[in-house]
Design a protein around this ligand. Structure first.
Ligand code: IMP
Length: 431
């Protein structure tokens, strides 16, 4: 096996961190390919729980090298803070963490512009995480961004920063009436960051391709979810990168021919944080139960997540875009005790049944979900050690999901801990 990609199949927060941590036991390299510190990947073992925003979730496996690829936008403050936390837990980072010299930097003005833009949008706000992601990718594609490699040469850095800040100051003060930024103070600050980040910076695409040539196994860790993809998500209520499978190749500089497994992470129900259409959203006691029992509050922002039933129309769409080879179902335990469990198997629009997921938001906002109902279960699935140990009603629900999506299930997570996981090492437990 060469490259396995881990993808969030919904709107993010599917529990990818735990699955990456689990699968990293069998790989040599774990690489993040898009997004930035907007992600919040939670990993728990013993009494320890850590939330990573930028460093790949494989860092707690000592034999694994972690890569932050060219497709990621790096906030130096956030990454240095995370390195400190990882070290404090007894894990060495230098020599095990590599950052692409082509990755773009999040600058303080990106956060300021995002904040001002969201405020100006008012009721139409996207509900971003406030980490400067959109404006940083805007600069990347406008070809005015600052990359890690630019930190190496003070003159280049000064010139680029000056040009960028002059433009940003004009935007901040004239369009948004916000305060101007100080160029010199920012240069001093980023020169300091450079000293600390320098040991980690390299050509990660060359590193990854050499590793693959040497027979090493790479896990590409997606952040956010497919329905937040800039092209395939519910635009404009999306993030500014490609969390989908194609993003792994461009975000790491590895060829698609190296990819042999694409694992779709599917939470047993749906959640969404931020604004935008969500056909199966529940505004009732069931939604409240999922939020409370599932601790559905943002790992990055602390915002309560919107909760709803599983949406198989949306999942068949993201499975088509990503080509899932198998599924990892997460947070099954959260639904324990619900008398009835539902999954959306179709949409109706103006009395007509739709045959596919419409990703334009005007249509999606109007669709009426059609549900299939299942008996709930009361037995605790967290103690199960094999698929057969799960409550029979839970097995029925999962078998239906797998059949509907025509994708086998190879992993079921039944609780937050490492040992609360049923894994068949890539062989279908439900096919
Ligand atoms: P941004 O990525 O901060 O620009 O936010 C754009 C949209 O993506 C907002 O709706 C966010 O709530 C959502 N989003 C960004 N990162 C995550 C994540 O890691 N999990 C879930 N939603 C996210």
């Amino acid at each position: 096996m060469s490259v396995t990609i881990i993808i969030g199949s919904q709107w993010g927060d599917e529990g990818k961190g735990k699955i990456v941590d689990l699968l990293s036991a069998d790989v040599d390299v774990v690489a993040r390919y898009q997004g930035g510190a907007n992600a919040g990947h939670t990993i728990a073992w013993g009494d320890t729980e850590v939330v990573l925003h930028l460093v790949p979730s494989g860092i707690f496996n000592k034999d694994v090298t972690c890569v932050i690829g060219n497709g990621v936008v790096i906030d130096p403050v956030a990454v240095l803070e995370e390195i400190k936390t990882i070290r404090s837990l007894g894990y060495e980072v230098e020599g095990r963490l590599l950052m692409s010299h082509n990755a773009h930097l999040i600058m303080p003005y990106h956060k300021k512009i995002e904040e001002a833009r969201e405020r100006a949008r008012d009721a139409g706000a996207i509900g971003t995480t406030g980490r400067g992601i959109g404006p940083a990718y805007t600069d990347k594609y406008a070809r005015t961004g600052i990359r890690l490699v630019d930190l190496l040469d003070r003159d280049v850095l000064r010139k680029k920063l000056k040009e960028s800040i002059d433009e940003k100051n004009a935007i901040l003060s004239s369009i948004y009436g916000a305060e101007k930024l100080d160029v010199e103070a920012m240069i001093d600050e980023y020169v300091e960051f450079d000293k600390l980040i320098d040991p980690y910076v390299t050509d990660t695409s060359a590193y990854l391709n050499n590793a693959l040539k040497a027979g090493k196994r790479v896990l590409a860790e997606g952040a956010q979810g497919s329905l937040l993809d800039i092209d395939f998500g519910t635009y404009p209520f999306v993030t500014s990168s490609h969390p989908t499978a194609g993003g792994a190749c461009t975000g790491l500089g590895i060829p698609p021919t190296r990819v042999d497994r694409v694992v779709g992470i599917v939470k047993a129900y749906s959640t969404r944080v931020g604004n935008g259409p969500f056909p199966t959203e529940l505004d009732d006691a069931d939604g409240e139960t999922l939020r409370k029992v599932g601790h559905e509050f943002g790992a990055t922002t602390g915002r309560p997540r919107r909760c709803g039933w599983l949406d198989l129309m949306a999942l068949n769409y993201t499975s088509m875009i990503n080509g899932f080879t198998d599924l990892a179902i997460t947070k099954l335990d959260v639904m324990t005790g619900m008398p009835v469990v539902k999954a959306c198997v179709g949409y109706e629009l103006d009395g007509k049944r739709l045959d596919r997921f419409p990703n334009d938001i005007t249509t999606l906002e109007k669709v009426v979900p059609i549900y299939e109902s299942f008996d709930g279960w009361t037995e605790d699935p967290r103690e199960a050690r094999a698929f057969e140990d799960l409550p029979s009603a839970a097995r029925k629900y999962l078998t239906f999901v797998s059949n509907f999506m025509e994708v086998p299930i190879c992993i079921v997570s039944t609780g937050p801990k490492r040992d609360q996981t049923l894994s068949s090492m890539g062989t279908p437990m439900v096919a």
